[in-house]
Design a protein around this ligand. Structure first.
Ligand code: IPD
Length: 328
């Protein structure tokens, strides 16, 4: 694997750029409290088979977030994946191992399947079957992490029979735990969250990202779409640099929609449950049904906003996450 080395002290940069976020007492307490994950066999609910998995996912996400913060205190070795701007660090790899290791220890080896960003990068399959499957992005916002841009999230989703049962997103620098279970509402920490009720696109804020593909044709389409949406006009365009956090911003009503072509299932699986449970909707960029493996998604507070955006999106091809691996 090619690697370039860029060294930076992440937390120092975050401290410089955003005085409000540095390790507060509550962050420190959470880190101390959760520096080890305790088994939760006692949480079983007979009528609710996945409650234990859900509760455990929250614990694991918090533990992973503490690891990310700790890693940010030392130098970060940066490597690249599909292109020179598709970054990965030892922290991404280590945190994914911690998450999958903790889940295997809790639920037993071989009982569940795993789709993890860094495992797939190393050649593991990215196929969603009917088996209970964890879909994991250990560090969503790796570029942010490397540069000290203060939005980094751990994203953990769980699907059974190809249906998403729950999603957990821990925005670890803000110390915000977003979570949702199918049919049970969405929460930020213990507070229930809801999408905005704005129906007028002229009163909306829309998020999009430009991803890691710098092919001129794609970049032109991405910016042309953004220009058209900006000139509808909307109140503003934004982007946090993490798809998971972007979806939480839709779920809390801070923005009306987030769309992207080129994202992966691990970037959006947990967010998909959170947006839906917060009262929002998910669609394909052509207005058809949302398909987790398609690498195309519009998430919005309602169908009026979603369909208005869809009218402006210039679609470009993206190879599905579950496409057969091309031999080189
Ligand atoms: C990236 C982020 C980014 C999105 C990219 C993703 P990563 O995930 O979610 O917001 O625009 O498409 O690849 O690589 O930081 O896990």
């Amino acid at each position: 694997m090619p690697h370039l080395s860029s060294e930076t002290t992440f937390l120092k940069k975050v401290h410089q750029k955003l005085g409000a976020i540095p390790l507060t007492t509550s962050l420190l307490l959470n880190f101390l409290r959760l520096s080890s994950v305790t088994p939760s066999h006692t949480n079983k609910m007979a009528d609710d088979p996945w409650q234990r998995a859900y509760d455990f996912a929250v614990q694991v996400a918090r533990k992973a977030g503490a690891e990310i913060r700790k890693a940010g205190e030392s130098e970060i070795r940066v490597m690249t994946k599909s292109s020179t701007v598709d970054l990965v660090t030892k922290t991404d790899e280590r945190v994914e191992k911690i998450i999958i290791g903790s889940l295997k220890e809790e639920f037993g080896e071989g009982t569940h399947c795993f789709i993890g960003e860094e495992s797939v990068a190393k050649g593991e399959p990215c196929i969603l079957t009917d088996k209970p499957t964890w879909i994991i992005d250990p560090v969503d916002g790796t570029t942010n992490f490397v540069h000290g841009f203060p939005f980094v999230a751990v994203s953990i989703a769980f699907a059974v029979n190809k249906e998403l049962e729950f999603g957990v997103i821990y925005s670890c620098l803000e110390d915000k735990m977003y979570k949702a279970r199918k049919g049970k509402g969405a929460f930020c920490d213990e507070e229930q969250i809801q999408v905005s009720d704005v129906k007028d696109i002229n009163k909306s804020i829309i998020i999009s990202e430009h991803g890691t593909d710098r092919t001129k044709e794609k970049v032109t389409k991405i910016f042309s779409t953004m220009q058209k949406i900006l000139c509808i006009p909307v109140h503003g365009l934004r982007g946090s640099g993490t798809a998971a956090t972007n979806m939480c911003l839709v779920a809390t009503g801070a923005v009306e929609a987030f769309f992207e072509i080129g994202i992966h299932c691990w970037d959006i699986a947990a967010g998909a449950v959170i947006v839906k449970e917060a009262g929002g909707i998910l669609l394909d960029v052509d207005g058809g049904p949302f398909d987790l493996m398609s690498r195309r998604m519009v998430s919005a507070n309602n169908d009026i906003i979603a369909n208005r955006i869809i009218k402006e999106i210039e679609i470009f091809p993206a190879v599905r996450d579950d496409a057969p691996i091309q031999k080189k």
